[in-house]
Structures are given as C-alpha cells and as structure tokens.
Design a protein around this ligand. Sequence first.
Ligand SMILES: *Cc1c(COP(=O)(O)O)cnc(C)c1O
Length: 357
Amino acid sequence: MSKIHNFSAGPCILPPEVLLEASEAVKSWGSNGLSLIEMSHRSKPFVAVMEETRALTKELLGLPDRFDILYLQGGASLAFLTAAYNLLPEGGSAAYSDTGTWANKSIKEAKHLGNIDVVASAKESGYTGIPATPKVNDTHSYFHYTSNNTIYGTQYKGVPTEAGVPLVADMSSDIMSKKFDASPFSLIYAGAQKNMGPAGTVMYAFDKDALGKTGRSIPSYLDLGVHLSKDSMFNTPPVFPIFTTLLTLRWLKNLGGVEAIESINDQKAALIYNEIDRNSLFTGHADIDSRSTMNATFKLLDERHKDAFNEAWASAGISGINGHRSIGGYRASMYNALPLESVKVLVDVMNELERTR
Ligand SMILES: *Cc1c(COP(=O)(O)O)cnc(C)c1O
C-alpha cells in the first residue's frame, strides 16, 4: 500500500491487509450493506466480533482458564486508576516499580486509593535500566510494574515473580510481542494502540477470582466485575477499534501466534542494536541488559551529523523515529507489524552515514 517505514511509537503501524479490511468494513460490512460503525453493537455480527476478540486474546496470550478479557475505553491511563479500584483494599497497600513516565502515572493514580510503596526505582540512573525487584511483604496486595517503557526503551526481560505477591502489569507497549507465564498475575492491561490495533480501546486480562475483595464501593464504569457481567458490553463499546484489533489478532494467529512473532521481533532488535553498538556515530540510551525489543532508543554522539542523518532517513521513507521530547535523540519502535525489511533500511542509512562522514 505504501513504502513508508513506519517506526511510530504509537499509535502503531498495522499490517496493510488489516487496514484494507478495516477500511472496507467502514464502507460496508456483512450481508445487510451497513457500515460496521453504523449498526447496533448488540446485533448478532458485532456480538460475534466481541466474543471472538476476547477469546482470541486469551488464546494468543495463553492465559489460564480463570482469566477473562474485556475491551473497554479510557486507555491505559484510566486503567492506572481502574487497577487500584479493583485490587487495592480500602485502607490497603500496594507495591509499585518506577521505571519511567508511564510507571509514574500509574503510581500517581493509585495513590488516590491507598498507600503506594515505590519498592523499586530506576529514577536515579535517568531510567536507563530495569531495577531489581525486591521481595515485598504480604501487606502489599500486589506488585505493579510497566513491562516495557515505551519512552526510555527499557523492558523487563522476565516476569518479576520474585516480588512474592500477585502481579499487575501495564503491558501497553509489548503485549502480544513475546511469550510469558501469566499465572502469577491478577491483572494485565494494555492500550491497544501500541501493538494490537488503533487507539480507542484498552484490553484488560484478569483473574476473575481476584475481584470483589476490596471492600470499597466502585463506580460502575470502573468496576471490572460490572463489565464482566455484561460481557464487555456494559455501554456502547468502541466498535471500530475492537474490530480492527480483532483483524490484527487474526493476522497474528495466521503468522503462527506470539511465539512466531517473538522470533521476528528478536531478529529486528538484534539488527538495530548491533548497528547502534557497531557504528561509531551512535550510542544507545538503555543499559544493554535492559534493552527493549519494541523501542530502541539511541542518539548521535556528535550533533553535527544531525542534519545529514535526518535528511538521509527521511529520504529513505523512514517515519516516526524522533525520540520522545523528554529524552531527545531517536527511537525506533519496532512493533509486531513492522517488517524486518524496514529495520534493514534504517540500519543501511546509519551504516551509510558513517561511511560518508
Ligand atoms: C502509551 C502508553 C500508555 C498510555 O496509554 P493510553 O492508552 O494513551 O492511555 C500507558 N502505558 C504505556 C507503557 C504506554 O506506552
């Protein structure tokens, strides 16, 4: 469809066949000739979309039976609050890890509802790494962490079970990118727009048995139990983002699922990081053992090459690699739908810059 190499940090690149099918569904969908976005969400075809999206999410993530899936609104930003509302008992405590901007926001929102202890932090180092997870005490109802730090380009390499309490994670920017064991979790949430679909919906995957234990009164929209009892249709769901997410999940399943994409994601990450380390003009932001396979952050060692580099990648059709304004430099986001070929193009541009300087 286009020759743009889209390294956008979010909303993300989506597979061309998904964009095509989604756009066709906006014009006319199914047998009655209506657009997907002008028919009842309670119609049979859309209820089937919702059910398949929830079931396929559970299947692709390999979640235990006791888990359930919802697709709601409010993004991960509302999930910061929703997580605490549903899992933090009245007067209780929870342990959080501070690994950057989004982690900070999750802490800020949870503080509305209880005592939040920041038990691990990467703040001192300027968020270049993932801090060790301490064993937390059992007055903490859960340990919350951000699995991938989109802005700083750092990522937890494994599930931090060493905390010793149930886990809650914001997986917005690495959901569906690699396999992990979900059994220690009470709740996982992820805004769809980083790795699964367009903006407008957020996925909640949670252990049903962990709900209903806070002793607090929860406003309806923030109560995951309410949404569950209505099969994710408590109010009008965001039909287009959910449908497009379903198309992306089907695409992922056809490709071989999370295991298959993980191996491609590892290849993409190896390519870019090898070049960052090899090329004398560039340096990486994240500590080597904390590097994200989704967002590679790097910068030029000498700003004098900035104009030449910017011109070179732009004319190669590369888009979206400027770093987040809070850290500057560059960020190559390599979400699931970004082809290996796009990373090769970027690496060639970096290589060529060094050769001609
Ligand atoms: C983008 C992002 C968010 C914010 O998501 P919204 O859906 O815009 O609220 C939260 N956490 C992480 C890790 C992100 O990358």
